[in-house]
Design a protein around this ligand. Structure first.
Ligand SMILES: Nc1ncnc2c1ncn2[C@@H]1O[C@H](COP(=O)(O)OP(=O)(O)OP(=O)(O)O)[C@@H](O)[C@H]1O
Length: 255
């Protein structure tokens, strides 16, 4: 069997006394669209930072594309094909959309003209073609999210780590963005997304990992994880699964 594109083995990281990520192992096969979900503070963004080299694990290993990249700098991981987006999008406000996207293209391309041409190509992919000459500061929240995606795609990733690309979007914007994410995966880029928008997880993800208090508590397809009692309790509080079961049980009528 082919080696997974990304493989985490026993990854842990604490901040002082807080165990943000504890003994996490998972494998992302090449060509899949997967999701990492979990309640606020579960450790999802920390895990992304550990995968991509923004943080070094206290223990455990990260393998990517057949290499041990544990603790390797993000820039080197990007050169190897792993790129992440950030929850808070911070474009260079005064520069145009085209120039912002070209920043990503410069990872592989030296010439300015070539980087700008590549930016144009990527902009079409994410639906920003008509906004290329605008300053990035003119973009709406949805536009900024697309810009963040475009910048990441311009680095030509093999694995794209998406940190809540749908956060802050309204239902229509979410519906418009979902096919963009699907299209990226269909083009052959492996995608791992942190996502709170369950509609997107249910429709897009082929495999889901659930993190709670730093630990993986479940994995499977979207239907499997959302019907898992431990997952329901992690989101809604201890005892919820039992209460829901009771609430949906047929009422017993005394004879
Ligand atoms: N640099 C840091 N220093 C100290 N504590 C941190 C640091 N980064 C994260 N934490 C803590 O680690 C825990 C996990 O945070 P993290 O941001 O990874 O969770 P998350 O699952 O991404 O949450 P959310 O869904 O709210 O973004 C939290 O308790 C957070 O406060």
């Amino acid at each position: 069997m082919a080696e997974p594109l990304l493989q985490l083995s026993g990854i842990s990281r604490s901040f002082g006394g807080l165990k943000a990520v504890q003994d996490v192992s998972l494998a992302v096969p090449e060509g899949r669209l997967c999701a990492l979900i979990g309640p606020n503070g579960a450790g999802k963004t920390t895990l992304f930072a550990l995968m991509s080299g923004f943080l070094r694990p206290d223990s455990g290993t990260v393998r990517f594309a057949g290499q041990d990249i544990t603790g390797r700098e993000p820039h080197r991981n990007a050169l190897l094909g792993m790129t992440r987006t950030f929850q808070i999008v911070k474009p260079f406000a005064a520069q145009t959309v085209r120039e912002n996207i070209a920043v990503g293209a410069h990872l592989h391309v030296r010439g300015r003209a070539q980087a700008l041409a590549q930016a144009e190509h990527v902009a079409q992919w994410v639906g920003l073609a008509s906004q290329l000459d605008k300053p990035a500061s003119d973009l709406t929240v949805a536009g900024r999210k697309r810009l963040e995606l475009a910048r990441a795609l311009a680095t030509r990733p093999r694995l794209l780590l998406l940190d809540e690309v749908l956060a802050g979007l309204n239902p229509q914007e979410i519906a418009e963005m979902m096919p963009v994410v699907r299209g990226i995966a269909d083009s052959g880029v492996t995608v791992l997304m942190i996502e709170h928008v369950m509609q997107a997880v249910m429709h897009l993800a082929e495999h889901v990992w659930v993190l709670a208090q730093g630990r993986l508590i479940a994995e499977g397809n979207p239907q499997q994880v959302t019907s898992n009692e431990q997952v329901v309790e992690a989101y809604l509080g201890h005892g919820t699964a039992a209460r829901l079961r009771k609430a949906s049980a047929p009422v017993e009528v005394a004879a």
